[in-house]
Ligand binder design. Sequence first.
Ligand SMILES: [Fe+2]
Length: 157
Amino acid sequence: MKTPSIALKANAKSAVIDVLNARLADSIDLALITKQAHWNLKGPNFIAVHEMLDPMRAAIDNHVDIIAERISQLDGTPIGTSQRVAKATALDEYPTDIKKVPDHLAALADRFAKLANQIREDIDTTDEAGDADTADILTAFSRELDKDLWFIKSHLE
Ligand SMILES: [Fe+2]
């Protein structure tokens, strides 16, 4: 028996799955980065920034799960192992030798902005592939990342 599946052309599905797996790797990396900063910050604004990062991490984890499950809904395989994520992420390696709060904020802003701007392109790509649902999932994530970037940048101005 042929089980029903989402009515998108096979090439559209595989294009969307590739986009989602690429962003899954970036997003898992970004989630790890927020904790790396949370643990290593030092300076006068410590507690504000330390506490700001935990809800950001929680929100990213939520979007990571939605992205991964969308890949499965499209009959793809979400790739979330540490080894594959490390190879696939498009984000620059997060420095492990920085301590000062502004240095962490600048490093975070860089990576949040990179992912947010890539996702903006992916919204159009997945929409053009005919997958409005994935475009909607990415739009929700884009809104979250834009808000996070604003929070991060506001400490630097
Ligand atoms: Fe903590």
